[in-house]
Design a protein around this ligand. Structure first.
Ligand code: GLC
Length: 788
């Protein structure tokens, strides 16, 4: 009935939210302990502590002194931060080097400002509070110029101002549309951009949480159904600084193996070994690059994880090895549900050792998933994570290096779509209900899988793809956006969704290219693959019973386009890899909304039908059928059309033409990008590492080349190649300087500089040496060999 008009029957009572708000009330007393301020108020207790001088944590518990143990999202211990306190009868001022808190006592209100005197959060009408039903809530003043970004994986546009959002990891197969919320990931973090400065807020609560970013009489609100009101404010003052601060608290993405950045092919399912071999044969014969093939649930014996169906896959080890010899990896799916089967080892071990989630009464929780009735490991305990991780030896022994985690919200085929919220998690001896910890399940499974595989791969990097997660998921896995559909609208939807994931610490993400459910078609696959070329994660995946969507599924013309763009992915790989390194170090994502680079330009505030790769490349996909034109906004400066080399003026909208073969790409003049050669997979050695400089007539540009072995963790100990190139030019004179660092020697066959720009160069100096005579002119560009 609820999906008919009955849902809005006049006789139905409206839910009235927030009417039972109980303010924390007046200040009663203050104690200081362990560099922490501990307030007692009329209706609750509030602790305030600095994590660093630019990150403050505020925790309110309406009933008892707050518990200060953090959720597993937080990996950074508190620094010892020096701060000054000044107390009067009316209030207190607490000041670190970066943040100032002004706390009013009657009633208790907290205002946080940055060291430029800008107010970040303020509470005038309402502040911290709770409800009779046990919810915790807080209200903050909203400025008319506020724009909100982040919140993880959400539908809708980029700027979340005016939206209501829920965090509760959910398996949503129903079509994703602007009001489909929540989805698979919960990242209760957002950034506020206000008058060219930014700050962040992270509400660390692993139960169900709500964010109301509508302007409610000058306030916005966030609340949690269970747990404490435990949140952090990050000082910024730029969006990039906020990302750095947030990922210093919740962890950085490790550098993925290079093969994880290649093109991946999946299908629910490649059902037999022959099917996989034929698939690979097609890729090789058609010279379409591919780095990974996925095995969906059909590879297993009755959907039992850590098994192979021997009829469908008689010799997995040989298959995996043969593919590996051809430069291709196999990634199998692993779901958390363990089939209830007293003859199945994993189930037996789990029961015997008490590894499964249970009710308080002691009986195991069972839920229906692909294998039928199943038990679920309690990943909140380290020994369970270790057990699960160790079980992956089954895969690593077969030569598998990457794992795909699915259904880890956890998804259960029942009315609530998940585990009974009454189930208890042991949580390292601090038992909590599933209601309180639900959003952690995917993150903890990810940790178990990632750490287990990492150990077994013996120094090699592993790759994890995960559907569910919580804040900090970037430490273990890349995220795909779940069961989208082969709709043009879903191609469009993926842009703001991935950009906001990136602004929530998850740099490594992407949608199912071509769309998962429904039938794709040639045009859609061509346009979606063009977009996928530039998403951090690039996998074509489709559902059982839908039209096939491998690159050759829609005739030769489409195959040619799809192939060209998959090849282009490999051409851009050096640039993408460098940006992954940056994301690993700073938390600043690979795929960026324009607002991240141009936060002072209001035309970018909600711009999400185009995006940036790094700081100097704009990609503007076509996202409607039978369309060859679109409007592109180019911010200040000059921009070069990647295909025609036409120079376009920034600060303006341009109508660009893009036939079905063309993805509009623009490079900022006076900047550079790195390119490589086309490959069959990332296994192939780099033939020609090129730096493309889009030179202006006068000026200076820099480019930091980054390379490492792409396979091991040696980058952590300095086995890297870095080269800081500087370009100084004046009409017909160019001076290039290099500054090589690190001890890694790349295996590139050639390293060249390609200078774009119509003006003739009369003289080129390389590190002071006149090399004009060896500069070659090719297709209007100047080519110069560089020394590795
Ligand atoms: C879920 C996943 C999808 C997968 C399917 C079968 O729907 O989201 O990617 O193919 O399960 O395992």
């Amino acid at each position: 009935m609820e999906d008919t008009s009955f849902a809005i029957h006049p006789g139905k009572k409206n839910e009235i939210e927030g009417t039972n708000y109980q303010d924390v009330g007046n200040f009663i007393s203050l104690a200081t302990e362990n560099e922490r301020l501990m307030f007692k108020c009329e209706h609750g207790f509030v602790n305030v502590e600095f994590n660093t001088s630019s990150i403050v944590r505020i925790v309110m518990n309406p009933k008892t002194r707050p518990k200060m143990k953090t959720s597993p999202a937080v990996v950074k211990e508190r620094d010892s931060v020096s701060y000054r306190v000044n107390e009067t009868n009316e209030g207190l001022t607490v000041q670190s080097d970066e943040l100032t808190l002004q706390i009013e006592k009657h009633p208790f209100r907290i205002k946080v400002s940055n060291n430029n005197g800008k107010t970040l959060v303020n509470e005038t009408i309402k502040g911290l509070g709770s409800s009779a039903t046990g919810e915790v809530v807080c209200f903050k003043d909203m400025d008319k110029n506020d724009h909100f970004y982040g919140f993880g994986e959400k539908t809708g546009f980029l700027d979340k101002k005016g939206d209501k959002l829920t965090m509760w990891n959910s398996d949503v197969y129903a079509p994703h549309n602007p009001e489909t919320d929540p989805l698979y990931q919960s990242i209760p973090f957002f950034m506020t951009l206000r008058d060219e400065f930014a700050f962040g807020t992270f509400f660390d609560n692993t139960g169900k949480t709500f964010f109301d970013m509508r302007d409610q009489e000058g306030t916005y609100e966030f609340r949690g159904e269970s747990g404490q009101l435990d949140y952090y404010i990050f000082a910024g003052p730029t969006m990039k600084e906020v990302l750095k601060q947030y990922t210093s608290l919740t962890g950085k993405m490790p550098l993925p193996p290079k093969w994880a950045l290649g093109y991946h092919q999946s299908r629910y399912s490649y059902e037999t070994e022959e099917e996989v071999r034929e698939l690979v044969h097609n890729f090789l014969e058609k010279e379409i690059p591919v780095d990974a093939i996925y095995l969906d649930i059909h590879y297993m014996d009755g959907y039992r994880v850590f098994t192979f169906d021997n009829d469908r896959y008689p010799n997995p080890k040989k298959l995996i090895q043969d593919l590996r010899d051809q430069g291709i990896r196999v990634v199998p799916i692993v779901d958390p549900g363990v089939k209830e089967d007293p003859e199945y080892d994993i189930y037996k071990e789990g029961v015997k050792n008490d590894f499964f989630c249970k009710y308080i009464e002691g009986n195991i929780y069972f839920g229906d998933v692909w294998p039928g009735n199943s038990a679920f490991p309690d990943f909140t305990n380290e020994y369970v994570r270790n057990w699960w991780g160790e079980k992956h030896r089954f895969y690593s022994d077969l030569g598998i290096e990457g794992i795909w985690n699915d259904m880890n919200e956890p998804a259960v085929f029942n009315e609530t779509k998940t585990m009974d919220t009454k189930v208890m998690h042991d949580n390292e001896g601090d038992p909590k209900t599933h209601r309180e910890l639900h959003n952690l399940y995917g993150l903890m499974m990810g940790e178990a899988t990632y750490e287990g595989m990492k150990k077994q791969l013996d120094g090699k990097r592993t790759f994890l793809l995960t559907r569910a997660g919580y804040a900090g998921v970037q430490r273990y896995g890349s995220v795909w956006t779940g069961d989208n559909r082969s709709f043009w609208e879903h191609l469009h939807l993926a842009l703001p969704m991935c950009m906001n994931l990136g602004l929530s610490g998850v740099a490594f993400c992407g949608p199912d290219v071509g769309g998962f459910a429904h039938d794709s078609n040639g045009q859609l696959l061509a346009r979606w693959t063009q977009f996928g070329t530039f998403t951090p994660y690039f996998r074509n995946h489709s559902a059982i019973g839908t039209a096939r969507q491998e690159p050759w599924s829609f005739g030769e013309d489409i195959e040619e386009i799809v192939k060209n763009y998959i090849q282009l992915r490999y051409v851009w790989m050096p640039q993408l890899y460098r940006l992954f390194k940056e994301a690993h170090e700073t938390g600043v994502p690979v795929m960026r909304p324009l607002v991240l680079e141009y936060p002072e330009d209001k035309k970018t505030f909600n711009l999400c039908d185009q995006f940036m790769i790094g700081e100097n490349v704009i990609v503007a996909p076509i996202m409607t059928p039978d369309t060859e034109h679109r409007v592109v906004y180019l911010p200040e400066g000059n921009w070069i059309d990647y295909w025609t080399e036409e120079r376009l003026t920034g600060g303006e909208h341009h109508l660009v033409h893009a036939d079905i073969e063309t993805l509009p790409i623009f490079i900022k003049e006076n900047s550079a990008v790195a390119h490589g050669a086309i490959k069959t997979s990332t296994d192939q050695q780099e033939e020609n590492y090129q730096i493309h400089l889009y030179k202006a007539s006068k000026g200076k540009a820099t480019y930091n080349v980054y390379e490492d072995d792409g396979k091991t963790f040696e980058y952590e100990t300095g086995n890297v190649y870095e080269n800081e190139l500087t370009f100084t030019y004046n009409d017909n004179f160019l001076e290039v300087t290099t500054n090589r660092k690190g001890r890694y020697t790349p295996d590139w066959k050639a390293f060249t500089l390609v200078i774009h720009g119509k003006d003739q160069l009369e003289k080129v100096l390389l590190d002071g040496e006149d090399i004009t005579s060896i500069a070659e002119e090719k297709a209007g560009n100047i080519i110069i060999p560089l020394k590795i």
